[in-house]
Design a binder for this molecule. Structure first.
Ligand SMILES: [Fe+2]
Length: 231
């Protein structure tokens, strides 16, 4: 399931980009020179990358709070923790070729399973050429996504994806990976459906807290009891 929601205002995005413009971008993190040449040709500012990029850490904390505080996200991703948050910049032909995200990210002390990959667009789609996020499914079906600034897009990390070369302008985005409390996509989809069903019933005065609503709530809570992993 691909999901999108407006997370930040245009003004908030402009403020973030203005802060990033005062910092130094590094070559995107890659496992070796060959990978950088063939697969990943972008720039990044990562969380706690260096004392010089410290202002970005505050921005990342705010974005993390906005993501974790969103009820839309809580009822779809069931986020447990986020890992490797960073800003990235694509310009002058910058690209990230077709790749598979690692199943686990983190460091020696803490590894996080990547259930969802997120992209928060921070520059307007018509301000740069190319730069579509392309998802390719095993069936061969593909999607090309280029969202308005402030929009957060999240998709299952197991889908092959890439960022097409940016031929003009600058594509700046925030990216991060999330481990979900619910490992199975099918279970997540069912929990989303029963949760939104219960919420919709609560919002309808003729249905709210009737016996039917209460029974639906009971099913919902029992499914959470069965499938929820971790605190
Ligand atoms: Fe990726």
């Amino acid at each position: 399931m691909i999901s999108r929601l407006p997370l930040l205002s245009a003004a908030q995005c402009d403020e973030i980009v203005a802060t990033l413009d005062r910092l130094n971008w590094a070559d995107g993190l890659a496992p070796g020179k060959l990978y950088r040449e063939r697969v990943k040709g972008n720039k990044e500012i990562a969380y706690q990358m260096s004392p010089q990029t410290a202002p970005a850490d505050e921005l990342i904390k705010h974005i993390n709070d906005a993501i974790m505080g969103s009820s839309h996200i809580r009822t779809r991703m069931f986020p447990k923790s986020m890992v490797n948050p960073r800003f990235n910049l694509y310009c002058d032909g910058g690209f990230y070729g077709p790749h598979a995200d690692s199943a686990f990210l983190g460091d020696n002390r803490r590894q996080v399973r990547t259930d969802y990959s997120m992209t928060l667009f921070l520059t307007e789609p018509d301000s740069y050429g190319g730069g579509e996020l392309r998802l390719t499914y095993p069936s061969g079906e593909e999607m090309r996504l280029k969202e308005p600034k402030g929009t957060l897009l999240f998709y299952p990390s197991g889908v092959m994806h890439e960022v097409l070369p940016v031929t003009a302008g600058r594509r700046i985005a925030f990216v991060g990976w999330v481990e979900s409390h619910i490992q199975s996509q099918q279970e997540r989809d069912l929990l989303t459906e029963i949760t939104t069903l219960c919420d919709d019933m609560m919002a309808d005065e003729s249905l709210a807290l009737t016996e039917f609503h209460t029974r639906a709530l009971n099913v919902k809570h029992n499914l959470y009891r069965m499938w929820w992993k971790g605190q």
